[in-house]
Design a protein around this ligand. Structure first.
Ligand code: SAM
Length: 269
């Protein structure tokens, strides 16, 4: 089976820890992920295909599949193995232009991946803030990283990614997996999340506002807003106009409050 220990041995691959190479060897999990990602008519962009544990069964659904892999040896192996069943691109996903991917696909697409743990947050930030028409995402990540998407205002792990992803997507847990589902086994458990697009887009300057608002967690929101070039009276007036107490902290606010604030500060973002 693709992604198995045998393939790794046969080809002499040495799983690269620095690239987050823990290959999925759990047949039930593979089936569940592929079935969640296979949406009739929507091509699939896979992040980090590795040895093709998900890629090959994805191609068997008959959908168009493009996979971006940073490790050149794995990309070459997959190109040879899959031939014209999938397009395998040897590149850094963080540098991949998602609008070009969408153009090549001719519109909306699904994104799937058993994510390399060391860059889970940058990958998800890139996906969530991209204007590309990503209809669904099926993403495997460390369970701790997955919990962030369900954080509530006031929780320690609540931040810009939580607010933006919750605004744009309906998010649900598909699976939780123990380390034994992988080879080599990682130290921690993983969770697969499904993100379904709600059909909204981020208001202009929303990400910038959130980044500034959460930049210094111990500071009040008014204080953090100064980094956007507002004077203190301007920041406090904007908060009052949004129906907020000027002494509030960003971590206490839900997406609605940030939406009102971004509307009021629109020209300044
Ligand atoms: N999808 C395979 C599976 O489920 O067995 C492999 C998953 S493994 C957790 C993560 C994969 O992402 C590895 O193949 C790794 O080489 C690749 N990777 C790491 N950094 C990457 C990057 N910046 N862009 C694209 N792929 C990357």
């Amino acid at each position: 089976m693709a992604g198995s220990k045998e393939t790794i041995k046969e080809y002499g691959f040495k799983p690269n820890k620095a690239l987050g190479q823990n290959f999925l060897v759990d047949a039930d999990a593979i089936k569940a992920i592929v079935s969640a990602a296979a949406e009739p008519g929507l091509p699939v962009l896979e992040i980090g295909p590795g040895l093709g544990a998900l890629t090959e069964p994805l191609t068997e659904t008959g959908l168009r599949v493009t996979a971006v892999e940073l490790d050149g040896a794995l990309a070459d192996y997959l190109k040879e193995r899959l031939g014209d069943k999938a397009e395998v691109i040897h590149a850094d996903f963080l540098k991949t232009d998602l609008m070009s991917v969408s153009e090549a696909f001719g519109g909306g697409f699904v994104c799937a991946g058993n994510l390399p743990y060391y860059i889970t947050s940058p990958i998800l930030l890139k996906l969530v803030t991209s204007p590309a028409p990503i209809k669904r995402m099926v993403m495997m990540m460390q369970s701790e990283a997955a919990d962030r998407f369900f954080a509530r205002p006031g929780d320690k792990n609540y931040g810009p990614l939580t607010v933006m992803s919750g605004y744009l997507f309906d998010i649900s847990r598909l699976l939780t997996l123990s380390p034994s589902s992988y080879y080599p086994a990682p130290d921690v458990g993983s969770t697969v999340l499904v993100f379904d697009q709600k059909g909204l887009s981020l208001p202009k300057g929303f990400e910038k506002l959130l980044r500034a608002s959460f930049a210094m967690r111990r500071k009040t929101l008014a204080n953090n807003l100064l980094s956007l070039g507002l004077t203190r009276p301007e920041a406090e007036a904007a908060l009052r106009e949004s129906g907020l107490d000027p002494s509030v902290r960003a971590e206490a606010l839900g997406a609605d409050a940030f939406l009102r604030l971004s509307g009021i500060l629109e020209g300044r973002l």
